[in-house]
Design a protein around this ligand. Structure first.
Ligand SMILES: Cc1cc2nc3c(=O)[nH]c(=O)nc-3n(C[C@H](O)[C@H](O)[C@H](O)COP(=O)(O)O)c2cc1C
Length: 165
C-alpha cells in the first residue's frame, strides 16, 4: 500500500495538519507534497487537504480531486476559521465529496485554523465572508497540539480502514 498526502495551504495551517497526518500514516511507502506537485495515479490511499474558502473548495484543489482516477481510496482533511463541526465547514466537505468518484471517499477530518491577523476586521465588512469571519475570531492558535494529535489519529484510522476494505 502506497499513501500520499497532498495539500494546499496559503498561510501554513493546512500544511501543519498535513505534516501531522503524514506522521500518523503507518505504511512503508508514503509521500507528502503540495497539490501543485502531486500526481495521484501512483498511490492507493490519498489524503487531500485544503483550507475552506468561501464555504467551499479552493479552485486549485477542485481540479486535483476531479483528476483522481477510479479505484483510489480518498480521505479529505480541512482547516477552517469557523467553528469545528459547524455547517460552514461541512458544506465544503460535501462539495469535495461531490467532486470525487463516490465510493472512493473513506473519511474526512476537519479542525480550526487561525485567520491571518488583521484580515478578520476587513472580512466582517464583506457580506460573502461575514458569517464565518464572526466565528473565526476564536480560531486564534489553531491548529493547536490537540488538533494535530487528532489529525494523526485520523490518519492512522484511515489506513486501518483502507487495509480492511
Ligand atoms: C479568502 C479566504 C476565505 C476563507 N473562507 C472561509 C470560510 O468560508 N469558512 C471558514 O470557516 N474559513 C474560511 N477561511 C479561513 C481559512 O479556511 C482558515 O484560516 C484556514 O486554516 C487557512 O488555512 P491555510 O493556512 O492552510 O491557508 C477563509 C480564509 C481566506 C483567506
Amino acid at each position: 500500500m502506497k499513501a500520499l498526502v497532498a495539500y494546499y495551504s496559503e498561510s501554513g495551517n493546512t500544511e501543519k495538519l498535513a505534516k501531522a497526518i503524514y506522521g500518523g500514516i503507518d505504511v512503508p511507502k508514503k509521500e507528502i507534497m503540495p497539490i501543485s506537485e502531486a500526481i495521484s495515479k501512483d498511490y492507493d490511499v490519498i489524503f487531500v487537504g485544503f483550507p475552506v474558502q468561501a464555504s467551499s473548495v479552493p479552485a486549485k484543489v477542485e481540479g486535483f480531486i476531479k483528476s483522481i482516477p477510479e479505484g483510489k481510496k480518498l480521505a479529505f482533511f480541512v482547516t477552517h476559521g469557523s467553528l469545528r463541526g459547524g455547517q460552514l465547514a461541512i458544506s465544503a466537505l460535501y462539495y469535495a465529496f461531490s467532486l470525487a468518484l463516490k465510493p472512493s471517499v473513506i473519511g474526512t477530518f476537519g479542525c480550526r485554523g487561525q485567520v491571518k491577523p488583521g484580515l478578520i476586521d476587513a472580512l466582517l465588512k464583506n457580506p460573502e465572508h461575514k458569517a464565518w469571519a464572526m466565528e473565526a475570531q476564536s480560531a486564534a492558535g489553531h491548529p493547536d497540539k490537540s488538533d494535530l494529535e487528532d489529525g494523526k489519529e485520523f490518519a492512522n484510522l484511515m489506513i486501518a480502514k483502507a487495509r480492511n476494505m
